[in-house]
Design a protein around this ligand. Sequence first.
Ligand code: PA5
Length: 464
Amino acid sequence: MKLRFDYNNMMEDSIGKEGIKESAFDKNAAAVAAAQKSVLDNRGKGWQEWCDLPFAPSAEIDELISYCGKIGKKAESFVVLGIGGSALGPLSVASSLLHLHHNELPKDKRKAPKLYVEDNVDPERMASLIDVLDLKTAYFNVVTKSGETSETLSQFLILYSMLKRELGKEEAKKHIIVTTTIGKGTLYDVAAKEGFKIYGVGKGVGGRFSVLSPVGLVAFAALGLDVKAMLAGAAAAAKSAEETDIRRNPALLTAFLQVEAMKAGKNVSVLMPYADSLKYMADFYCQLWAESLGKAEDLDGKTVHVGQTPAKALGVTDQHSQVQLYTEGPFDKVVTFLAVDEFRTTVVINDDKEVAACDFLKGHTLNELINAERKATEFALKKANRMNYTIYLPSVTEETIGELLMYFMYQTAFAGAMLNIDTFNQPGVEEGKKATFAMLGRAGYESKLAEVNAAVHKPEYIIG
Ligand code: PA5
């Protein structure tokens, strides 16, 4: 693996009684080994098909790279329509690997289509998207694993009608790729009937674990990213998840540290990248950690209400916003830093002789400054006895991003197994989806509508 992990500041040795005792490793060794075994034994089965994604048959990957690569060459804009796991993977990875102002770059410098990941159904956002798209050169990946999600289906209906009006039906069809479960769901039926290009999401690949399936790969190939290097990085993380020595298995180790932290009342997990390119990785992590671990019942049917609230922060920006709370507020957080050794560029702070001040900054680089600030925050947290650990990426590349994604997914799976919960379901999300269907009058949801309407809002508790 290329990533490095420094967990000194999770331990009692470093932060005193707020830290984890060295003896916790021996005390919990059997439970940790059982959790690891249950995850590894289920690779490729049930809801753990995501474990196999880095090892997808090369013919499938080659076809996807070739087809989507050609689309990417023709496209001025590539639009992902999806929400939750169908959007955050493509968004976080593309944001990590593209120029930070990719869409604003002039065409000759951009070398890949503009990217839009449209997850929300805010009408102003849709209208704004339509304002900036030239439909003749816009291509769409409509992503919904279930094929039933109201947000994505609405976006599809709006844009497909516009495409047909503008380009005619036969041409419009060529602008749409559908990524969904083959043979199941409303979108699959429509796509098969209309003759869209379809990519499958494996039955056992849940939304938040799907980034390395066509849910993410279609966009990555269209953008000319190195899909194979990403899968190779993910494969390296999958290999390291097999390591039985916890000290050599970062996903198992940090799952264990987080679960121990939860037991000690650390109910908040902050992911704080010190790199703008990794800003949306925090969104990816937040969904993965929240939806997977926030559960009411354990696998034995016992009411547990477990989970750890994920929060996102950006270094250094949030040093001037959140860090005061992290160092002096309640002892309820674990902060995970994402650090980058080598940025893709170096920017020198000019040694401007005419400005007779700021001498301590002159001649240094922003690279030095951002990493010094990260170390300074880490030091401040340690001094205040706050749990934190750092994940180092040597640089942000397809390979290290693939590794990071797979590490996060294994970490989550191991933590879920340690908590004895179903990591892969999301009954709370499904409830909201059903209530939306009911309120929009979908057939078959009449009793759900009655239930929703029965939730009375008393006027005495409403102001204005
Ligand atoms: O992780 C999940 O399962 C969810 O966040 C889903 O990805 C999200 O609800 C969208 O579902 P779908 O892909 O079926 O449209």
